[in-house]
Write a protein that binds this ligand. Structure first.
Ligand code: ZN
Ligand code: ZN
Length: 327
């Protein structure tokens, strides 16, 4: 019988940031086909036509597969040798042969039964023994089937152990003298003169800090899953912008798409710069002149892209003539 089987593989994968304290296993289920049972089986029926019980214990069995003699393992022989077959009865044996996968490169399988008693005299002496042999001509049919590999993800609690530093108590093993009672475990009330047990140290005079190894949790965890790699790729887009100022000679700072930081441009106005920005942040061009600074985006007031911006510093205060002022 050809059976569909599933090969299941479990391997650790990235952890889910929304499931802290869990390792995530990726389970891959790959279908494959295999024959069952695993061994070639021979069903042999032996009928005793004689009037005395038939003992098969002296019979030899062998299989020849791929021109090689394959002997039965002892366990199989014992099965055949158990008890005699009573007169007139038939007994069926299932003999486990070689592994079925050995069939793939051999075509003929021979089964031999040597020295089977076939005749006895009146007192039970064997008068005739015969050999039996069968041969099987095997043919192969290749079966193909498109099977899907199935993936599933299993969250498994992260393996934890008792914290080795605090032995699971969550308290630092180092003892500190209780400040409240000065290590005496009790104090005398000023008003009634009675002695009270110190509630801070529960009368022991000793207090402990929180264990630094486990932060007081008492457990040390061994996570196997790694954080997933960052998948948020930032896309920068932009265009060439000419920066003009009145008067000229202003300093320009613009966002560097490689570092995400503002860089001072090597040229002063009027100057063409490569302007870049991303969706997540605002990246105005910073124009500085005589201690005055202004931030301008290369857009019109209604959001149209501009290939140049103009700032007038002549009055002492920056006035954006062309572009979108952001500060
Ligand atoms: Zn105390
Ligand atoms: Zn601890």
């Amino acid at each position: 019988i050809i059976e569909k089987k599933i090969k299941s593989e479990r391997k650790i994968t990235y952890c889910d940031p929304e499931m802290p304290g869990y390792d995530i296993y990726e389970v891959t289920n790959t279908p494959y086909f295999d024959a069952t049972p695993e061994k070639i089986q021979f069903k042999v029926s032996v009928k005793n036509n004689e009037f005395l019980p038939l003992k098969l214990s002296d019979v030899c069995y062998a299989v020849i597969l791929n021109r090689e003699h394959w002997s039965f393992i002892s366990g199989n022989l014992e099965k055949l040798n158990e008890g005699p077959i009573l007169s007139g009865f038939e007994k069926e044996f299932i003999i486990d042969g070689p592994d079925i996968h050995l069939l793939s490169d051999s075509r003929f399988v021979y089964l031999f039964l040597n020295g089977v008693p076939t005749s006895v005299d009146n007192v039970g002496n064997i008068t005739q023994k015969d050999n039996f042999e069968w041969y099987f001509d095997c043919s192969f049919v290749k079966m193909e089937s498109n099977e899907q590999i199935n993936y599933s993800y299993e969250p498994t609690p992260v393996y934890t152990e008792k914290c080795p530093n605090c032995n699971g108590t969550g308290l630092d093993p180092e003892t500190i003298e209780c400040e409240r009672c000065g290590g005496k475990g009790s104090f005398v009330n000023r008003f009634d003169g009675k002695t009270y047990k110190c509630p801070e140290c529960n009368g022991t005079g000793i207090v402990h800090d929180v264990c630094k190894t486990c932060n007081g949790t008492g457990v040390k965890s061994y996570p196997k899953s790694q954080m997933p790699p960052a998948t948020n790729i930032i896309t920068w887009s932009g265009w060439v912008v000419k920066v003009n100022t009145i008067p000229s000679g202003a300093t320009i700072k613009s966002m560097n798409s490689k570092t995400g930081q503002y860089d001072i441009q090597s040229c002063t106005t009027p100057c063409k710069i490569d302007w870049f920005c991303t969706d997540s942040i605002s990246c105005p061009i910073i124009v500085e002149y005589n201690g005055q600074s202004v931030q301008v985006l290369p857009y019109t007031a209604d959001g149209k892209e501009l290939s140049s911006i103009t700032i007038d510093f002549s009055s002492g205060k920056p006035i954006v003539k062309k572009g979108q002022k952001t500060n």
